[in-house]
Design a protein around this ligand. Structure first.
Ligand code: FE
Length: 156
């Protein structure tokens, strides 16, 4: 099953530790705030049921039930898995300020949230595939766990 982290269990690593752990693309997005090119991420058009975990720390960030096709070229969700899953920060990198979305557990950059999403929240979480790891839900009755993942991060 997917371990649900609480806000008190922060993950803090040195820059070198993140470099060693992450792929160059994951590092660029999560630790340097890069944005993958639209339409290139592996999860843009995935519709399978499951949970989207942080590629940096394994925290559950989004559930497939809130994923929708926004046409933006990035995986889009209308809500986080839990309000504490993510943190929002004002981003002034562009002329029009945006709201950056970071992992609530490791602080990794995930993407941005905009106010042009669908009901029921009206929000569009525009997230880089490189910041995510998809844990596909197991078929009903297939096992005791509610999801499987190839490389779960053990509790600290
Ligand atoms: Fe994280």
């Amino acid at each position: 099953m997917v371990y649900r982290w609480t806000m008190t269990e922060k993950v803090v690593k040195t820059d070198q530790e993140w470099r060693d752990q992450l792929s160059p693309e994951q590092y660029a997005v999560l630790r340097r705030g890069a944005t993958e090119r639209a339409g290139t991420g592996q999860y843009v058009h995935v519709e399978a049921a499951g949970q989207y975990l942080c590629a940096g720390c394994g925290a559950e960030l989004f559930d497939s039930s809130t994923k929708y096709e926004s046409g933006s070229g990035w995986p889009s969700f209308y809500a986080p898995a839990d309000p504490d899953s993510i943190e929002k920060h004002r981003d002034f990198k562009m002329i029009v300020p945006r709201t950056e979305v970071r992992c609530g557990r490791c602080g990794g950059h995930l993407g941005h949230v905009f106010e042009d999403g669908p009901e029921p929240t009206g929000q569009r979480f525009c997230i880089n595939s490189a910041a995510l790891r998809f844990a596909k839900a197991t078929p009903a009755g297939a096992g005791a766990g509610d999801a499987e993942t190839t490389s779960p991060d053990p509790p600290a």
